[in-house]
Design a protein around this ligand. Structure first.
Ligand SMILES: [Zn+2]
Length: 113
């Protein structure tokens, strides 16, 4: 299910109707080859769960590729120097710090009792 306000059954039954309604998914109420019962994309007609599994496997394969990892390292090094990168990194650090402080408080409570 993509949109939390809409049940699978509320989606159009055909790709054509979904396009006409301006939606990106439709629901055939038929199982896919991998036995999923979920929405299908108008893009490829592929079941949403099959598509998600495909991208997950693809991401895992990519992480094993040295050329991709090199590209990622270089991209991240450049990103750190941008204004947006600096902002997001300091946000992440602040979030991590809050988490650690919360953990410390938790430990103090259990120590004193
Ligand atoms: Zn599927």
């Amino acid at each position: 299910m993509i949109n939390n306000c809409m049940k699978n059954e509320d989606y159009p039954r055909t790709k054509k109707d979904a396009i006409a309604a301006g939606l990106k998914h439709f629901f055939t109420n038929k199982r896919c080859l991998n036995d999923h019962l979920d929405l299908r994309t108008i893009h490829s007609g592929q079941c949403v769960l099959c598509r998600r599994e495909y991208f997950r496997r693809h991401a895992i394969e990519q992480r094993k590729n040295p050329a991709f990892r090199k590209y990622q390292r270089e991209y991240q090094a450049k990103y750190k120097l941008t204004e947006r990168g600096k902002q997001n990194i300091s946000k992440a650090h602040a979030k991590h710090k809050r988490k650690l402080e919360a953990l410390r408080d938790e430990v103090r409570k259990t120590d004193s009792s």
